[in-house]
Write a protein that binds this ligand. Structure first.
Ligand code: ARG
Length: 458
């Protein structure tokens, strides 16, 4: 007999149990479900809704059920649909009919909303800690590469040289915003829905704030209908996770490109690459590729939940059971990626000479030549055209700007003097961009200080 079987005259169709059950996946909530139940029972006792003896029996029974679930001894069945009813059934098996008092003043609707919040709270703490580790790894590499110069790109065409530290710090600031978003979401996750009942609270004189306090919530969800219908906090998490994944994926894309023979800027450690079953020479950046690839499922989980929720009337609807798998999958996908990321960044070898070579054998100092002409009072637009001509002729002669003689320069513009060679030197080019947020050494060191302070205050 089902726990809710009283008003039914028939048993469910054999396919219905399997179709409606969530136990195969929501058993991940077991610990949180029992944690919530322990607090609920304590509140029922304090509010004298159940007596001390029954409350203690239920609490001890719940702890035994938890042990049995953890050890794998407990049998979780589809017949009892979900983790909430499985736990209740196991409790009744353990301590007898007094276990049936656990669900007084509560519904699975407020219970499941509570479990989701408890689960997500822990996940948010783990994920932000992992993000901090990634930030630290990037900062470490930045510190070691303050003087490493490489081309900066726009349109994936070499544009102007930057420092590798500058480039890596750009990602540090992205992940910092991600951490801030995760922390900001905390105040919306950390409210207790318990006591909202099925939708309209309960007739028992419960104390919602007491339970909330016991479970370390900042407060309670103020409206019972909203409390059981709200999955905004899950959507918000999936959205934050999508941004994190997008940032990871963009960095992965660069690591993959940089590892190619065409770039040859870095080598990822063997421990983070895999080989080919056919081609003996291959070393593939599989981890970076998979992190990039798994971004798809994280976005998918966000779209899936938004779509599930969009037409739902108040209050609880069974559709909402679809909130779980995507959330679990996203938490696990993200944790997997972030745990690998910090050591992968820490151990990557930077090929500084190759990066520098890519700057020297290029025209990414052309803007500096134009700026130099502006210094000779030539309007920037004219200077741009003159330098365009110079670059074109260099390309035709297979030369770079630093290869031209002073006479050749003066054919284009008589104002050019021999200090031009100093101006066009790659290191000078980087340091000439001495503006807030720019690539000049002192400016990158400033950014490093800002990043370090932010990381410490996380
Ligand atoms: N397994 C359900 C879910 O995950 C729990 C809530 C069920 N409530 C109900 N009235 N059927 O959403």
């Amino acid at each position: 007999m089902k726990l809710w079987g009283g008003r039914f005259t028939k048993s469910t169709n054999e396919l219905v149990d399997e179709y409606t059950a969530s136990i195969t996946f929501d058993q991940k909530l077991a610990l949180y479900d029992i944690q919530g139940s322990l607090a609920h029972v304590e509140m029922l006792r304090v509010c004298q809704i159940i007596n001390n003896q029954d409350a203690h029996a239920i609490q001890e029974g719940l702890l035994k059920v938890l042990e049995k679930i953890k050890s794998g001894e407990a049998h979780l069945s589809e017949e009892h649909e979900d983790i909430h009813m499985n736990v209740e059934k196991l409790l009744i098996d353990e301590i007898g009919s007094v276990g049936g008092k656990l669900h007084t003043g509560r519904s699975r609707n407020d219970q499941v909303a509570l479990d989701m919040r408890l689960y997500l709270r822990d996940a948010l703490i783990r994920i932000s800690t992992l993000l901090v580790n990634v930030e630290k790894a990037l900062l470490n590499q930045a510190k070691q590469n303050i003087d490493t110069i490489l081309p900066g790109y726009t349109h994936l065409q070499r544009a102007q040289p930057v420092r590798l530290a500058h480039h890596l710090l750009a990602y540090t600031f992205m992940f910092q915003r991600d951490i801030e978003r995760v922390c900001d979401s905390w105040k919306r996750v950390n409210l207790s829905p318990l006591g909202a009942g099925a939708l309209a609270g309960t007739t028992f004189p419960i104390d919602r704030n007491y339970v909330a306090q016991k479970l370390n919530f900042d407060g309670i969800c103020p409206n019972s209908l909203d409390a059981v219908s709200d999955r905004d906090f899950v959507v918000e998490f999936l959205s934050n996770a999508s941004l994190i994944s997008m940032h990871l994926s963009r960095l992965c894309e660069e690591l993959i490109q940089w590892s190619s023979a065409e770039f040859n800027f870095i080598e990822l450690d063997d421990a983070f690459c895999t080989g080919s079953s056919m081609m003996p020479q291959k070393k593939n950046p599989d981890v970076a590729e998979l992190v990039r690839g798994k971004t798809g499922r994280v976005y998918g989980n966000l779209m899936s939940l938004l779509t599930t929720l969009k037409g739902l009337p108040l209050a609880y609807n069974k559709d909402m059971q679809e909130d779980k798998e995507g959330m679990f999958d996203t938490v696990e996908t993200l944790e997997g990626a972030l745990a690998l990321f910090a050591p992968m960044i820490d151990t990557m070898e930077v090929k500084k000479e190759n990066m520098y070579e890519a700057v020297v054998k290029d025209y990414s100092n052309a803007t500096d030549l134009a700026d130099y002409l502006v210094g000779k009072d030539i309007p920037f637009r004219e200077a741009h055209a003159i330098v365009g001509q110079i670059v074109l002729s260099c390309i035709q002669q297979k030369k770079y700007l630093l290869d031209l003689t002073l006479e050749q320069y003066q054919e284009y513009c008589p104002h050019i003097e021999k200090d031009i060679y100093q101006v066009l030197d790659p290191k000078a080019v980087v340091d000439a961009r001495d503006v807030d947020g720019g690539p000049a050494k002192n400016r990158v060191l400033d950014q490093m200080d800002i990043a370090e302070d932010l990381i410490q205050t996380n």
